[in-house]
Design a protein around this ligand. Structure first.
Ligand SMILES: *Cc1c(COP(=O)(O)O)cnc(C)c1O
Length: 487
């Protein structure tokens, strides 16, 4: 299996999985995708069904991974998947259980049973294994420098803690995360985890990360890397749970006529891009429903054909904060497929049109007309009031408490339920315990604290305050990271 960039010229070289594992953007500014998607036929799906039933989620996932990764032995992939996806690190031995939500007429795929109670663990836990494996193989080391407003940072820290050859420097905006999110990150005792509270907002943290990455000498000296949402391996890990979801909702012997539709609370288009890839492989998914919050760039595209990233000033801080994006960083992958995998055409849109005009418009194209019929895409959006109403309604109707992001999905699911045939699965992306204030506002009670998170607040917090300055950050990294400690 070879990998290509979404902006590649016709005779550009291809890369192996291991070549691109630690990379973010391709050198030409595009994103990596496999040269061709492997296919899943009915007998493959039945074999995966047996693997899931008899050997569990990790074994099933390892088989899917092996379709995309041919430069790591299958038994090593299986061992990594088994370590990444196990109880009690995940609260349910099924890893991704799927339940029927009585009363609402939908299913929920529970993606947030991992160590930080958000679906990002599904990708990050595997990424931790893969990074350690690759660094060990080539005797290298890496300093992951990132910025987070909550979910990504904690998920990355829990996935990379105590791994040889890996350190994490995570920037957070001082005083702007929920108490639970702060406690989750800052209570970690591991020496390879450096939490930083920047005197600024999330955008300032991102700018500092950018500044570090633009200093080529510093970057090389400290082996600076990232665990971006555009990392291909993260997406690949997410493809696996769509396969599991389909298998759990359908019966033995189900075939392409048993289409299952999914509703995906969406920010950077990573989660739903994985659904798109699974569908392209032949997994019988029906509609792929993109659910956004008030930051509705993607809903706008799927309704009108116009993709117009917002400026920072026009990006709202909402009560589903992990979906507060100004541009959808994985979207280019889907557009590349939509344009018949034409790298020049993709570059023309993302490099030239966005750079020059700030938007592109596909409304009059046959590609736009094919979004629903050929690719299954539909979309919807919700507001703070919708989320609150949905959290309260679902609790009353089904006795189940949704987190605010999943509530965005549920709101859109109800709006579109009548137009979609067959089973509809809302992907649950976080647990309510992470967002106590919004849950209280919606229900007048606090979310229950799962046993594994009891006592997390009130422990010693390990965090370093930092001025909003790239030089100060470089100094901190130089102080706290010991260079050259290979895996
Ligand atoms: C990151 C995140 C999302 C958005 O996922 P994308 O892959 O960026 O579309 C939705 N919900 C939660 C809870 C998240 O952490």
């Amino acid at each position: 299996m070879r990998y290509i960039s979404t902006r590649r010229g016709s005779d550009a070289p291809t890369s192996s999985f291991s070549d691109i594992l630690l990379e973010g953007l391709a050198p030409d500014g595009g994103l990596y995708l496999p040269e061709e998607y492997p296919t899943l036929e009915a007998p493959d799906l039945e074999r995966l069904r047996v693997a899931l039933r008899e050997d569990g989620y990790a074994a099933m996932a390892a088989r899917v991974l092996a379709l995309f990764i041919d430069d790591i032995p299958a038994e090593d992939l299986a061992a990594m998947a088994a370590r990444a996806y196990s109880a009690p690190s995940f609260s349910d031995p099924q890893i991704v259980p799927v339940t029927a939500l009585e009363g609402a007429g939908v299913h929920l795929a529970h993606l947030s049973g991992g160590p930080t109670a958000a679906f990002k663990d599904m990708a990050m836990q595997l990424l931790g294994e893969l990074f350690e494996y690759e660094l060990t193989r080539c005797g290298d080391w890496l300093t992951v420098v990132g910025a987070t407003s909550g979910d990504t940072g904690s998920s990355a820290e829990y996935a990379l803690r105590a791994r040889p050859g890996l350190s994490v420097v995570m920037l957070t905006p001082a005083g702007r995360m929920t108490a639970f999110q702060r406690a989750q990150m800052f209570s970690l005792p591991d020496d390879n985890i450096v939490n930083v509270a920047v005197d600024g907002v999330f955008d300032d943290c991102q700018d500092l990360v950018k500044a570090i990455n633009m200093d080529a000498d510093f970057k090389a000296a400290w082996h600076v890397g990232a665990v971006n949402s555009i990392n291909w391996a993260r997406l690949l890990a997410q493809v696996c749970y769509y396969v599991a979801t389909w298998l759990r909702v359908t019966e033995e012997g189900a075939d392409a006529s048993s289409r299952v539709s999914v509703v995906v609370p969406t920010g950077n288009f990573g989660n739903v891009c994985a659904a798109h890839i699974a569908r392209q492989m032949g997994l019988p998914l029906g509609a792929l429903v993109v659910a956004t919050n008030e930051n509705d760039v993607l809903d706008e595209f799927f309704r009108t054909g116009v993709y117009r990233p917002r400026s920072r000033a026009h990006t709202l801080a909402t009560s589903s904060p992990s979906m507060d994006i100004s541009k959808a960083s994985n979207f280019e992958r889907f557009i590349f497929d939509l344009l018949g995998r034409d790298g020049d055409a993709t570059r023309a849109l993302f490099d030239r049109a966005l750079g020059r005009d700030g938007f592109f418009d596909l409304s009059d194209t046959p590609e736009f007309a094919s979004l629903r019929d050929t690719y299954g895409f539909v979309s919807g959006t919700s507001t703070h009031a919708d989320r609150l109403a949905e959290i309260a309604r679902t609790e009353k109707e089904s006795g189940y408490l949704l987190d605010p992001h999943t509530a965005d999905g549920m709101h859109v699911a109800r709006a579109l339920r009548g137009q979609i045939d067959g089973p509809l699965v809302v992907m649950e992306t976080a647990l309510p315990v992470k967002f106590a204030d919004t849950i209280f506002e919606a229900t007048r009670h606090l979310p229950p604290v799962p046993a594994r998170f009891e006592g997390i607040e009130g422990q010693v917090e390990r965090v370093t305050a930092l001025a909003n300055s790239a030089d100060a950050l470089k100094e901190l990294i130089a102080q706290r990271i010991s260079p050259g400690s290979p895996a």
